[in-house]
Design a protein around this ligand. Structure first.
Ligand SMILES: Cc1cc2nc3c(=O)[nH]c(=O)nc-3n(C[C@H](O)[C@H](O)[C@H](O)COP(=O)(O)OP(=O)(O)OC[C@H]3O[C@@H](n4cnc5c(N)ncnc54)[C@H](O)[C@@H]3O)c2cc1C
Length: 467
């Protein structure tokens, strides 16, 4: 006999798990979140930030019931773009066009987590406050006729109506679902570092345009020192979030099992000095780049290899359709298209809303569509290509990137273009006919057009100089 009070079990309280929980709560559906880390670490600030595209913003601002003030505190806008090489040669310093300002934003992981958790706690009735179990790691599950048993690290068993795997790139739900299939992670040849640098450190060196709290700073590597550094706007807070990626043949060996650092490890003082020396090979490193790294204590810097999955054709749900994978557990991707969290939030909103209307089996069947899987596969492949391009060691590719960025208009549209699958998901949910266009496919023609324009502009300049 099926008990209606059996909860939906959510494994993982990242952005995906918390959005799922909030939607279920708004619909009065019982749920239980199992989270591997401690309560104090759940919203801890390791300096991680996310770009947010229009669909995720639409969900966060209009559909979750978060107050406008709370959302405004959480989001920052890219009002200005400052792009230079890591040696400080200016490529572009421009304001974001007004039309693009509202469509995209960025947020700190810790701020987003806290806002979602606060809302869950605020809405909860007294009986519901036990909805989050921290220090509880799901080890595997057993799917039965009409229920799922989640087996925990301490051996206890929880029984639910359905299990939603929101447990990130190293998902246990996924490894259990694919125990008889090949499903390894794929190292993407890139190491990344992120942290938070106190504002006054950067301001010591930077001129007004760089220190503006709503400026997005992007420093481009060269063929000799390849990589990319991003400093994201900080919405009036006391620190800058930065993210550096550099190509590297080997991933980090023993990483920390600290998933608030996305599986990465804390950098040692020695490794920090080594990193700075490698970047500053000829002593010509941009002072801002030097400052954000040297001004961030080593213990506040996370070092991690970037991974996605080798096999991109696996289902996002179990054969009985009582277990589903959402967010990074379903489609982990490199961060270069800024879509991981956007997809995670969309998955969460879509499936949880469906669960409010139909049975778990029907909702999961509808969620795990061929279209979404195909679109996610394309997105992951494009994110890989983008990462290779941005971290290229090839002199010609570095030059093309600089030239495109110098002459092409500011492209916040990039985030919007790759958001098309999420937009389609929301349209399906709202019963609106989704567009079939592959927005991502636009990139190649745009790159080619930008290249032709750049070659023409350079040719013209040389011609005028000569005459
Ligand atoms: C350097 C970097 C930069 C990024 N930048 C962006 C960006 O700009 N924009 C963007 O959209 N995305 C970005 N991403 C991707 C983004 O971080 C992920 O897509 C997003 O965090 C996925 O959310 P999630 O909730 O699915 O998984 P996670 O955020 O990984 O959360 C998973 C949660 O599950 C918990 N957990 C794990 N295993 C278990 C278990 N067995 N039992 C219980 N709980 C468990 C973890 O502790 C964690 O809390 C970036 C990623 C990286 C690495």
């Amino acid at each position: 006999m099926v008990s209606e009070t059996r909860p939906i079990i959510i494994a993982g309280a990242g952005p995906c798990g918390l959005v799922t929980a909030l939607v279920l709560q708004n619909h009065g559906i019982p749920f239980l979140i199992l989270e591997k880390t401690s309560r104090s670490k759940l919203c801890s600030d390791t300096g991680a930030g996310f770009d947010l595209a229009p669909t995720a913003l639409n969900i966060l601002i209009h559909r979750l019931g978060l107050s406008k003030e709370r959302i405004d505190e959480t989001l920052s806008r890219y009002e200005r773009w400052y792009i230079a090489t890591i040696h400080g040669d200016l490529v572009k310093d421009e304001g974001t066009p007004q039309s693009a300002l509202e469509d995209c934003a960025c947020t700190h992981r810790s701020a987003l987590q806290q806002a979602l958790l606060d809302q869950l706690l605020q809405n909860a009735t007294t009986e519901e406050t036990e909805f989050l179990k921290c220090n509880s790691s799901l080890e595997y599950y057993q799917e039965e006729e009409d229920q799922v048993k989640a087996v925990m690290n301490d051996g206890s068993i929880l029984v639910g109506k359905a299990l939603l795997g929101c447990d990130g790139i190293n998902s246990k739900v996924r490894s259990c679902m694919n125990e008889h299939r090949e499903d390894p992670l794929q190292y993407l040849g890139t190491m990344c570092y992120w942290g938070k640098c106190p504002r006054e450190e950067v301001e010591k060196y930077s001129s007004a345009h760089k220190s503006n709290s709503s400026t997005f700073v992007w420093l481009l590597g060269t063929n000799k020192v390849p990589g990319s550094l991003f400093i994201t706007p900080s919405n009036g807070t006391y620190r800058y979030l930065w993210f550096l990626s550099v190509p590297s043949g080997k991933p980090l060996s023993g990483t920390l099992d600290d998933l608030t650092r996305r599986g990465g490890a804390v950098l040692s003082e020695m490794a920090k000095t080594e990193l700075l020396n490698t970047l500053d090979e000829n002593g010509a490193l941009d002072p801002v780049l030097k400052t954000v790294i040297s001004g961030t204590p080593a213990g506040e810097i996370t070092e991690a290899g970037l991974f996605d999955r080798v096999n991109l054709d696996l289902p996002f749900s179990s054969p009985r359709k009582l277990v589903a994978l959402l967010g990074d557990s379903a489609h982990p991707q490199s961060p270069y298209l800024g879509q991981g969290t956007n997809c995670a939030i969309t998955d969460a909103y879509f499936l949880a809303t469906k669960l409010a209307g139909v049975s778990a089996q029907e909702a999961i069947t509808y969620y795990d569509s061929d279209q979404r899987r195909e679109e996610m596969k394309n997105l992951i492949e494009k994110a890989r290509q983008q990462g290779n391009f941005l971290n290229s060691k090839n002199r010609f590719e570095c030059w093309i990137l600089r030239t495109i960025l110098r002459y092409a208009p500011i492209d916040v549209d990039e985030l919007k273009r790759y958001d098309f699958s999420n937009k389609n998901m929301l349209s399906r949910l709202d019963g609106i006919k989704a567009k079939s266009s592959d927005g991502g496919a636009m990139t190649k023609p745009i790159l080619i057009a930008a290249f032709v324009v750049a070659v023409f502009a350079i040719g013209l300049r040389m011609f005028l100089q000569y005459w």
